[in-house]
Design a protein around this ligand. Structure first.
Ligand SMILES: NC(=O)c1ccc[n+]([C@@H]2O[C@H](COP(=O)([O-])OP(=O)(O)OC[C@H]3O[C@@H](n4cnc5c(N)ncnc54)[C@H](OP(=O)(O)O)[C@@H]3O)[C@@H](O)[C@H]2O)c1
Length: 359
């Protein structure tokens, strides 16, 4: 049989294929897609901008330097949708491909990691040719596989994932947070926001104040451990007043995944030497900062991206995030409902969707 993965540029030299799991079968029976030998189920994206479809897909064949992972939990994150849109700075992805830039699973075949080891992993799906985590199996570069030694269930680790890495590193590496300092978290009902609240708590911040839209977002921020939750308003003067009241003074570190009016207001309550770390632009790509405000207190506005981390930094941050007091509200959907999970994520439903191939 022709090797269906032979044309994939990143899979240069394949290791011997592990034993096929299923009996040969083909076609569709009573609406159920049957598997051919060498295939397993995956969420397959055929058209940029549209959600992936659950269907049989050729099993990944790990090349030398890759680990085959049996996936147990794969989150749907904003980056997956951005890559799949075909309109992002990553360019138009080669289709068809399996999306999913991260996941949790068990090593099925590897020269670098013990078979059966529980792992978290990252992929470049959507930013480079190759398949990602939203599948029963995934071939991952050995260096992007991180052994897991935490008690959290797989879906909880998957929900934290790169959001937890970003929150942890924004606070420790970029902002150099010190124990006792006050932290303000914007977009606090999102995955990055919830993770940042938990990370600030784990890192012994003095006071942790959250800003987000009222309703379910505010409830998530409160559950994540914020001392006080401030309702977001687009009125910058009013928001700055609310922040000053809630913080009981100025703040040392702002974690900001939204930018826009919230970032402008947050800059006004920065303490001398304060640091505002921007991770995303969920509410807009621009924000206004006053020169007088920034220079009068020697404050810093800093950018952050997970892409700047080394593999070692990312693995260490993931371990700290998964072992800390972090929790990201999530809902588990079977992989067969991947398209629904994508639609909910696109609609900003709020809870992190985690796909379960075994579900
Ligand atoms: N730099 C990095 O390495 C890195 C890593 C991970 C994520 N990110 C980025 O960070 C951002 C948040 O990611 P996430 O995983 O937390 O997303 P998420 O879980 O889907 O949460 C959505 C976030 O967007 C906010 N939001 C959505 N619509 C909004 C609006 N109209 N006005 C104000 N806020 C709005 C939400 O605010 P509420 O809390 O009020 O609901 C929430 O913070 C994304 O842009 C993502 O790409 C960056």
């Amino acid at each position: 049989m022709e090797d269906p993965t032979a044309s994939r540029p990143s899979r240069a030299r394949a290791r011997p294929r592990p034993e096929a799991r299923r009996e040969p079968a083909s076609g569709e029976e009573d609406g159920v897609l049957l598997l051919q030998r060498g295939h397993s189920y995956a969420a397959v994206l055929h058209t940029p901008g549209e959600p992936p479809a659950y269907r049989p897909h050729p099993d990944p064949v790990p090349a030398v330097g890759q680990t085959l992972v049996r996936v147990t939990a794969a989150p749907v994150v904003p980056l997956d949708l951005l890559c799949a849109s075909g309109t992002s700075y990553f360019g138009r992805p080669a289709v068809p491909y399996v999306p999913g830039v991260q996941g949790v699973g068990v090593v099925a075949d590897s020269a670098a990691h013990p078979t059966g080891a529980r792992v978290w992993f990252a992929t470049a799906a959507g930013t480079a040719p190759g398949d990602g985590s939203q599948a029963e199996r995934c071939a991952v570069a050995d260096g992007d596989v991180v052994p897991l030694d935490v008690e959290l269930p797989d879906p909880a680790v998957a929900a934290i994932g790169l959001s937890g890495v970003a929150a942890w590193m924004a606070l420790t590496w970029r902002a150099q947070l010190r124990p006792g300092e006050r932290v303000l978290v914007l977009g606090a009902g999102g995955a990055v926001g919830q993770a940042a609240i938990g990370a600030a708590r784990s890192l012994d911040a003095g006071r942790v104040v959250a800003v987000c839209r009222p309703g379910p977002s505010a409830e998530r921020a409160a559950r994540a451990g914020a001392d006080e939750v401030v309702p977001l308003t687009e009125d910058v003067d009013e928001l700055a007043r609310r922040l000053a009241r809630a913080c009981g003074g100025d703040v040392d570190v702002v974690v900001d995944p939204v930018f826009g009016a919230a970032a402008t207001a947050a800059s006004r309550v920065l303490a001398p030497g304060g640091r505002l770390v921007n991770l995303g632009g969920a509410s807009g790509d621009t924000a206004r900062f006053s020169s007088a405000v920034l220079r009068s207190r020697s404050a810093s506005v800093l950018g952050y991206t997970n892409n700047a981390l080394t593999g070692e930094q990312r693995a260490a941050a993931l371990a700290c995030a998964a072992a800390g007091r972090l929790a990201v509200d999530h809902e588990l959907l079977p992989l067969s409902r991947a398209a629904e999970g994508w639609a909910r994520t696109a609609a900003g439903a709020g809870r992190r969707v985690v796909l379960s191939p075994g579900g």
